[in-house]
Ligand binder design. Structure first.
Ligand SMILES: *Cc1c(COP(=O)(O)O)cnc(C)c1O
Length: 228
């Protein structure tokens, strides 16, 4: 078995183990394989040999190139910062956008999605810890957007929230960041009166804690593909 398939199997087993340990079904956590910087052949191998369908990229251009080489069934998640002038390109190939980090980007995506008759699923990136990360809404800004959005019909549904924990954070910090995102999601659902099922949180170094705190999507690169 190739190292890639072995890593993949190890991660899916560990994910299932953590789910069982905290009383969740493995199907309630979507494994997003973050293939950035790795070749399309690696994506193809996981697709063919394991039937894996969801892949994450952080650059629009790279995502577009890989998407053009792979079968249509593959679902692409854009997880990085998205510049306003690349929204159209992003909507041509990404079904999910995790890094919506300002209100103006959110509304721009709505406008362009309407023009293109596309309905990508959106997640707001929130900077819960208030440090480290350059991008993301503060929790207050996210609530303000939820209020604004509650009176509107959205072309691109707002399905949840995404965050990144500080690197090498200890368990207390991870609990605060991931638990904080979950609480904020609850507040936003109340404001909007619309369910926001997705919590995109947890990467190679911290996904078990994210699952314990309610993650529905974990974004795993290194543990599957190796070091970049
Ligand atoms: C690269 C990246 C990941 C994956 O990180 P690993 O530590 O390699 O698992 C997850 N989320 C985002 C936003 C990324 O850019």
């Amino acid at each position: 078995m190739s190292p890639l398939l072995k890593n993949y199997d190890d991660v899916t087993q560990e994910l299932a183990r953590v789910c069982q340990e905290c009383g969740r079904t493995p199907g309630s956590v979507q494994l997003l394989a973050v293939s950035k910087t790795f070749p399309a052949q690696d994506v193809e191998e996981l697709f063919r040999q394991r039937g894996h369908l969801c892949f994450g990229e952080n650059r629009v251009q790279e995502l577009k190139e890989k998407a053009s080489l792979l079968p249509k069934e593959v679902q692409w998640h854009l997880i990085g910062h998205l510049q306003a002038n690349k929204v159209r390109h992003a909507l041509e190939c990404a079904q999910w956008i995790h890094g919506v980090d300002t209100a103006s980007l959110f509304w721009r995506i709505q406008e362009i999605a309407s023009q293109m008759d596309a309905s990508p699923r959106l997640l707001l990136e929130v900077n819960v810890s208030g440090e480290e990360s350059k991008f993301g809404f503060t929790p207050q800004e996210a609530l303000a957007l939820a209020r604004e959005a509650s009176s509107r019909t959205l072309q691109a549904p707002l399905v949840g929230l995404m965050t990144m924990a500080p690197l090498q954070a200890d368990k207390t910090v991870l609990e605060r960041v991931f638990g904080g995102l979950r609480n904020l999601r609850g507040q936003m659902e109340q404001l909007r009166g619309v369910p926001m099922p997705e919590l995109s949180m947890g990467m190679s170094g911290d996904y078990p804690e994210a699952i314990r705190q309610g993650a529905t999507i974990v974004r795993i690169g290194t543990a599957i593909f190796g070091h970049r």
